[in-house]
Every structure is written in C-alpha cells, then in structure tokens.
Design a protein around this ligand. Structure first.
Ligand SMILES: Nc1ncnc2c1ncn2[C@@H]1O[C@H](COP(=O)(O)OP(=O)(O)O)[C@@H](O)[C@H]1O
Ligand SMILES: [Mg+2]
Length: 460
C-alpha cells in the first residue's frame, strides 16, 4: 500500500488544483467578458461619431468633404476598420484596415446598434469584432447609409494569452506548494505513529511487561494503542504460563526420577536376595508407570493446545457411560465408604473415549475428596439444546481464590500431596481440554462444604 504521507500530499495537491482551477476558470471568463465590453464601448463610440457625421451631410459638397472629415476624426486608431456605404453598395468611405465578412452590410441593423448584435469573425489569422447599422443623412430624400465598424482584437488576445499563462503558472505553483506542505503536515501528523512503532520495536520476549502510554498517544490512535496493549497482555500471560509449565514439568519429573535413583542406589549398595531385587523392580515399575502416565497426559494436552486433538462424532449415551464408570470405581468407593446417587438421562454427539476420560477424572476427584460415609450426586439435565452434567460431592471444598486455578496444569490445592500417587494435577486440565474440544464449558462452585462441577455440552 502507498504511504499515507504520499497519499495525503497527493490529495492536498489535487484539492488545491480543483480550487485553483475553478477560480482560474471564473477569472478568465470574467476577463473575457470585460474585454468584449471594452471592445463594444470603443465600437459604439466610433459608430456614434460616424453616424453623427453622416447625419450632417446636407449638400453634395458636404458629401465630398465627408471622407476627409471622418479620416481626420479616426486618426490614431490603427486597429479600427470603418466603412460607410450607400444602400445601393457604393462606398463612401473605407479605412485602410478594411476587414469585414461577406454579408455584413446586408445584416445591418435599423437604428441604434446593440451589444448583442456585435459579431465576431476571423480573417487573415486575426480575430475581429464589429457591428453594422443604418443611418439616414440630411440630404434631400434622406438617403440611408450603412456604417460598419470593426476592431482588431489582437491586443486583447495577447493580453488574454498572457493572463492564461500566468494563471497556469499560479496553478502549478499552488499545486506543488500544497503538495509540499501536505507532505510536511502529514509527516508531522504521523509522528505519533512512528513513536508507537518505535516502542513496539523495542519489545522482546523478555520485556513483555512494556506498555504504550495511552495518554501520550493522540485520541485517534487510542483504540489502536489499547488493542496493542491488550495483545501484549495476552502474550505476556501466555508466555508466563508457558514458562511456568516448563518449570512445572521439570519439577514434576524430578521427584519420581530421584526416587528411582535412590532406590536403585540402595539396592546396589550391597548384595540382596532375589526377593529384595524383585521388590525394588516392582516399586521402580510403579514409578515408571506414573512417569509414563504423566508423559502421555502432557502429550495429550500439548496436542489439544495445538488443535491437533481429533474428536470422533458418535452418538454417546452418557447415562450408560457413567454407569460403566461407577462400576469401575466401585471397589474404591467401597473401600472409602462412599456412594453415588445418579439422576436423569442424556446423550450427546462426540468422542466416546474422550468424554469417558473427562467424566472419569471428575468422578475420581469427587470420590477422592468425599469423606467416608458421604454421598456423591450425579445429575443429568437437558436444557434447550444443551445437556448439563452436575457432579456434586461433600468435603472440605475448594477455597474461592483457588477456584479458577484448579484447571491449570499441575495445580493441586495441597502442595504436600505433590508426590501422591493419584495424580499430577493434570486431570482437570485434560477434562477442560476435552470439554472445550466438544464446544462445551466446565465451571466449578464450592461453598458450604459442597463442591459442584458443572459440564455443559451441546446436544447436536
Ligand atoms: N471434587 C473436588 N473436591 C475438592 N477438591 C477438588 C475436587 N476436584 C479437584 N479438586 C482439587 O483440584 C486439584 C486439581 O485436580 P486434578 O487436576 O484432577 O489433579 P489431581 O487429581 O491430579 O490432584 C486437586 O488436587 C484437588 O485439590
Ligand atoms: Mg484428579
């Protein structure tokens, strides 16, 4: 795209051109009219003079003296053509610059000539303006004479040409001046944008905390600056999460690997019986299992992050799936003396395995956090085009300020349980990814010793 400076400067120049050109047009039109009026004044004056002289012809002697009389009256007007003819066509007087178009005499007006009856014609490359009108003399019988007057407009045309030339120069000068001014003004006006670009250019991954000062930016750029700052905030947040995540991964992997190293070192420090070796290997295997699960969970989340998670579209009967899960969990529930009350039915379209995994995570959390003797409630409820699944369990609950963090990776309420075998804090993160991949939502509330997770899934 062309630079804004260039475009503004061109628009300035164009606007000036338009304004100046229309002014020039009206100026030259009025100058032309004025010149025509000046020609008319001169022609009419000479007509009056000639007509006056014609009216004074009374005798043949007067008629004879007439040409000399008129000649002397016209001295000093080289651009003037004057002709006086009888109506029959005999010439009484003709000036040396004699130049009339054919038929001019025949078109002679009766009485006073008018400005409107002035003719314009060309001859020998020159332009003339003139009139023809009749006047009666004072001779017996009152014969009528045709008087024709014309002026050569060369001088006026030269003036006009010069005038047009000057107008053109003024136009070009005005245009280039305003283009230059436009360029200057645009550069000045765009200074804040370059300032913004300067600030943006200084921001790197390690300086994501940098922000544009909204007040130092002109009003027109406020929205841009705000959007820019919002983008930085999002980037900073995502970047922070990413670095937290890497730190967490390192931390989470360190504990089981340290365990493995210590167990192996202890086993190797002296001779052991076969049983002791078997115990060590079995315990190592458990540790490896946990590591493998954690790694595959992390891979799953990484895929979900990159939109690589593919969900199959099948009819899933959630009543059924939850039933199967409760069967699967029944030994643990018995052991912990916890029971589940289920109500409602529902089916959705989605990926059966994934939905199963999401629900299993929620159920196992609920079972783990329900005190002995407690009852978990699972409610399926259809609302318009959505299915709502509520899983509610009694227990200590989750403090309000931690509610929105429990979906974060590796986040667990009780840090001392970090090494616990039941999870690395990835369960809810995975559940959330799965629900989101199904265009659903998951929320949690916890108060008065009741924790409720509510999953909403579209039914189509
Ligand atoms: N139903 C629940 N009642 C109370 N706390 C819960 C419940 N579900 C999850 N939590 C809290 O949220 C944390 C994160 O859960 P999760 O992501 O499944 O990780 P994990 O189960 O591996 O600890 C748990 O450590 C627990 O403190
Ligand atoms: Mg869990």
């Amino acid at each position: 795209m062309r630079s804004i400076t260039f475009r503004l400067a061109s628009l300035f120049a164009l606007a000036t051109l338009l304004v100046l050109a229309s002014i020039a047009y009206f100026l030259s039109r009025s100058v032309e009219t004025h010149l025509a009026e000046m020609d008319w004044t001169e022609i009419y004056g000479k007509w009056q003079l000639t007509s006056n002289l014609v009216q004074q012809i009374r005798t043949p002697a007067d008629k004879k003296a007439f040409p000399a009389l008129l000649q002397s009256a016209l001295v000093g007007h080289p651009y003037l053509s004057v002709a006086v003819d009888t109506q029959a066509g005999a010439t009484l007087f003709a000036s040396s610059h004699f130049s009339f178009p054919a038929g001019h005499a025949a078109a002679a007006a009766n009485g006073q000539p008018q400005f409107a009856s002035m003719l314009t014609w060309q001859r020998h490359g020159d332009v003339f303006r003139g009139i023809a009108a009749k006047t009666a003399s004072a001779e017996p019988g009152g014969p009528i004479y045709i008087i024709r007057i014309a002026v050569q407009t060369e001088e006026h045309r030269r003036f006009l040409a010069h005038f047009h030339h000057m107008l053109l120069l003024a136009l070009l000068f005005g245009m280039s001046t305003s283009a230059g001014l436009g360029w200057f003004i645009a550069r000045r006006g765009l200074l804040p944008i370059r300032h913004m670009a300067g600030v943006a250019g200084k921001i790197s991954a390690s300086q994501l905390a940098e922000r544009l000062e909204i007040d130092s930016v002109p009003q027109e750029l406020h929205d841009l600056a705000i959007a820019f700052n919002d983008m930085l905030a999002r980037l900073e947040n995502a970047f922070q999460r990413l670095s937290d995540f890497s730190a967490d991964i390192a931390h989470e992997l360190r504990t089981p690997i340290n365990n493995l190293i210590i167990q192996s070192q202890v086993a190797l420090s002296q001779n052991r019986t076969n049983d002791e070796y078997r115990d060590t290997l079995a315990s190592n295997l458990e540790e490896f299992d946990r590591l493998a699960r954690m790694i595959s969970d992390m891979l799953f989340l990484a895929k979900a992050d990159n939109g690589l998670m593919t969900t199959e579209q099948a009819d899933v009967d959630l009543t059924n799936e939850i039933g199967h899960l409760l069967e699967y969990f029944s030994p643990v529930m018995e052991e912990q003396n916890v029971k589940v009350v289920m109500s409602g039915t529902g089916r959705v379209r989605g990926d059966r395995i994934m939905l199963q995994r999401a629900l299993a995570n929620l159920l196992s959390n609920a079972i783990t956090h329900t005190p002995p003797g407690g009852a978990i409630q699972v409610r399926l409820q259809q609302q318009a085009q959505q299915l709502q699944i509520a899983i509610q369990n009694p227990g200590q609950g989750i403090p309000q300020e931690q509610l929105d963090r429990i979906f974060d990776r590796f986040y667990r309420l009780d840090p001392s349980r970090r090494a616990s075998p039941d999870g690395a804090g990835l369960g809810l993160a995975i559940t959330q990814s799965i629900i989101r991949a199904h265009n659903g939502t998951i929320t949690v509330t916890s108060r008065d010793g009741m924790t409720i997770f509510i999953v909403t899934l579209p039914m189509q």
